[in-house]
Design a binder for this molecule. Structure first.
Ligand code: HAM
Length: 423
């Protein structure tokens, strides 16, 4: 058999899994300060949740979804992202009915059949947040600030990050603008790639996102939405920028930022990092999706949010020299002079863990010398040495690993003495 993980997936070994847990914990604590609650939706959904929500003409829906029939003959799709599912769940459970609002966050694996490369996986892990039911521009700024603060709290220096913002307009101004861009593409069809020409018919704004340098050049002269915004969208965008300015959050306005999901209206944003990431340099992004719930036949309901990619954030942290991987640790190591003392050691280890001290011991009949080496590797501050003579006297030896001081301690006082020693 092939004993390797499938292409585009990766095992999260303990050091990386520890970083993932750290990132989730950091999100939990920070997002709670902004009023967000956790939500978990299924890993697979009816395909329509994504085809309708994200849009048939997007790369995600047209090329990248894992859709298959289950044993009951039902078509299901592994979620390529979390927003569509969260909005579907908010509608199903009436979380935002009657003018209520909801702030929700989630973490978990997402699936896209993409060409794997550094920072681009077929199964990747996201942390996301969605604020549903709120239309005011203040919440746009709040969501953006929360994302920036999150990256800062993890340890990515602000100077390493570039926040790009743009507006996608709404149903009042975007349709006419789309037509203008489509006409521009048709006018320049001979100098644009085949894909961009196709986009004129399906999804013209995506031509701004073409990776082909020739197309980028041509598209830099295309009409810009910011010149065609309706008054409401222009006022909303201006207010978001005022809030960001007030909070001294630096941003770059990028009129070509269109993002790969069709549900966006008005504000969109992306956080990019250059160091360590190559071409997959977006560590997080998001935006407003005021029409999404209507795609599921729900009432008009504003909403916005973001998601950040775990793998890329980890690369950005490594590039910034932040040690997030860490090591397994034990504050105390209980060593035995010979293997016959296992029972007494077991009792001491359990007692220390029960009072909250991270404690490790030997399970492989190692020599005393290798037990001390293992204690060092784990970063133990103290080693409890259990020997036959001491044990006969109802005592153990505790060695302070920093000062190398040793003292004999009665069995009944081990936990207390260690707590003093560990401070
Ligand atoms: P997205 O930009 O498609 O947005 O994904 C968000 C982040 O997930 C990206 O910035 C990137 O860090 C990571 N990511 C995406 N695809 C991959 C991949 N193939 N491999 C590794 N990492 C990846 C969304 O998913 C929207 N749901 C964000 C959102 C929430 N908008 C509103 N609310």
């Amino acid at each position: 058999m092939n004993a390797r993980a499938p292409k585009g997936t990766a095992d999260m070994l303990p050091d990386v899994a520890r970083a993932w847990e750290h990132m989730q914990r950091t999100a939990q604590l920070l997002f709670a300060r902004y009023g967000y609650e956790p939500i978990y939706t299924p890993t697979f959904e009816h395909p329509e949740v994504f085809t309708r929500g994200i849009g048939e003409a997007t790369d995600i829906v047209s090329k990248e979804m894992y859709t298959f029939e289950d044993k009951g003959g039902r078509s299901v799709t592994l979620r390529p992202e979390g927003t569509a599912s969260v909005v579907r769940a908010a509608l199903e459970h009436n979380l935002v009915a009657n003018g209520q609002s909801a702030k929700l966050y989630y973490a978990g694996p997402m699936f896209r059949y993409e060409r794997p490369q550094k920072g681009r996986m077929r199964q990747f892990w996201q942390i996301g947040a969605e604020a549903i039911g709120m239309a005011e521009p203040g919440i746009d700024a709040e969501v953006i600030v929360m994302l920036m603060r999150y990256f800062e709290e993890l340890g990515i220096p602000r100077s390493n990050m570039r926040l790009l913002i743009n507006t996608m307009g709404d149903q009042a101004c975007r349709p006419a603008y789309r037509e203008k861009v489509a006409a521009f593409i048709r006018d320049h069809s001979s100098v644009l790639c085949e894909e961009c020409n196709r986009r004129a018919e399906t999804n013209p704004l995506r031509a701004f996102d073409c990776k082909n340098p020739g197309c980028r050049d041509v598209m830099s002269a295309a009409p810009l939405l910011r010149d065609e915004l309706c008054d409401d969208c222009a006022a909303h965008y201006a207010a978001v920028k005022v809030h960001l300015d007030d909070l001294a959050i630096p941003y770059v306005e990028d009129p070509s930022l269109v993002r790969g999901l069709d549900y966006y209206t008005r504000t969109v944003f992306e956080v990019q990092v250059d160091a360590g990431l190559g071409s997959q340099n977006a560590i997080g992004g998001g935006g407003r999706y005021d029409r999404l719930m209507e795609e599921y036949d729900g009432p008009p309901t504003p909403g916005l949010g973001f998601a950040l990619g775990f793998e890329r954030t980890l690369l950005a942290l490594e590039a910034a020299g932040v040690a997030v991987l860490g090591h397994p640790t034990a504050e105390v190591y209980v060593a035995r002079v010979d293997a016959s003392l296992g029972e007494a050691v077991f009792a001491i280890v359990q007692e220390l863990r029960d009072v909250g001290i991270p404690t490790e011991t030997d399970y492989q009949a190692r020599s005393l010398k290798s037990q001390f080496k293992q204690a060092d590797r784990l970063g133990a501050h103290a080693v409890v040495v259990v020997g036959p003579d001491e044990l006969a006297a109802g005592e153990v030896t505790i060695r302070n690993m920093a000062t190398k001081d040793e003292s004999r301690v009665p069995l009944g006082e081990i936990a207390e003495r260690l707590k003093q020693l560990l401070g």
